[in-house]
Design a protein around this ligand. Structure first.
Ligand SMILES: Nc1ncnc2c1ncn2[C@@H]1O[C@H](COP(=O)(O)OP(=O)(O)OP(=O)(O)O)[C@@H](O)[C@H]1O
Length: 309
């Protein structure tokens, strides 16, 4: 199966409100797909439609080759799901609750549960209602991963988790993908999507506004650079570089500063002809690329006030 999720012209209206407006999207087997978008964009609506928790107004969704509506039971056994508003029965302790869910899924080895709980730092002896928000979220993560499903659908999975646990979560996602399984996760945290996703879809007002590989998005991202030279370089030394209008040589011709879009390869090769004493380059600001989609602009490079070198 090439595509684990296939959405075709999926539309959901809530009365007069629009939840989704004709979403067409494919998620490939074995990829980590990051689903991004501002508040109210339609991420949770999409995810609920995948699980048949709500029904579309029109359009179709196919998950693992099955219909969420007609084959929901089979589908849920093969999926792991973490809801954005994960709630669980507060009376049980964590171990009892996870065992119960494992039994519902046809039996999950206790070792899987214990390993996940240990890695996430979740005490299974605590009563669920006594858990903090972050620890409840860990319960949600364990139950989503514990049966090693073919497809994980995670709605805002790191909400409430501290940075160390977030990193453990990212490791779990990477290991899942390495094992050939698929992860579809919504997120507001661009850095985590940047860290683990193969592809990113950005949704706004119920529509897909961008769909690309993270590598490709990064190729259009901006780096700030500063270079200092031991002796002055010719005033037009870098004027022929692609994007040279974003680079500025100072009056003494000993400092070059500005921005590079995408690969810095051409700049590095041009610098090799001169005595460089200092070089600073920031990580590509992928967040800016995302934000340009969020706010409605195309992913155009930001405009620069700098003058040509
Ligand atoms: N049960 C509902 N009744 C009415 N409108 C709804 C309902 N659920 C969602 N909506 C509307 O549908 C749109 C999409 O909401 P959705 O929850 O899918 O967005 P989201 O991208 O998950 O947002 P967030 O990041 O805030 O969780 C919003 O305008 C929201 O107000």
């Amino acid at each position: 199966m090439e595509n684990v999720i296939e959405l075709h012209e999926l539309t959901k209206r809530y009365g007069a409100r629009r939840g989704l407006a004709g979403l067409t999207l494919q998620v490939r087997t074995g990829e980590v797909f990051g689903f991004l978008g501002p508040n109210g964009a339609g991420k949770s609506t999409t995810i609920r439609l995948l699980l048949d928790l709500i029904r579309p107004t029109s359009g179709t969704a196919t998950v693992l080759g099955l219909s969420p509506r007609a084959q929901g039971m089979e589908l849920r056994a093969r999926m792991g799901y973490l809801a954005g508003d994960f709630v669980c029965d507060g009376r049980q302790n964590v171990r009892g609750y996870l065992r119960f869910l494992g039994a519902l899924r046809g039996g999950v080895p206790q070792q899987h549960i214990d390993d996940l709980a240990d890695r996430l730092g979740l005490d299974q002896n605590t009563r669920i209602r006594k858990l903090s928000k972050g620890n409840r979220q860990k319960v949600g993560l364990v139950q989503a991963f514990m049966h090693r499903p073919e497809l994980l659908v995670l709605d805002e999975p790191t909400s409430g988790l501290d940075p160390l646990v977030q990193q453990t979560f990212l490791d779990l996602v990477s290991e899942t993908a390495a094992a050939g399984r698929t992860v579809f996760m919504s997120s507001h945290v661009m850095s985590e999507v940047d860290a683990v996703a193969d592809r990113v879809g950005i949704i706004r007002d119920g529509r897909l506004v961008a769909l690309d590989t993270v590598a490709h998005l990064r190729a259009g991202a901006v780096r700030d650079v500063d270079v200092t030279f031991e002796t002055p370089v010719p005033p037009h030394a870098f004027a022929d570089l692609p994007g040279a209008d974003r680079l500025r040589l100072d009056a003494t011709c000993t400092t070059l500063s500005g921005q590079v879009i995408g690969s810095p390869d051409a700049l590095i090769k041009a610098l090799a002809g001169y005595p460089v004493t200092g070089l600073r380059a920031t990580e590509p600001a992928l967040e800016e690329v995302f934000h340009s989609y969020y706010s409605g602009a195309e992913a155009a490079p930001r405009t620069s006030p700098s003058t040509a070198a």
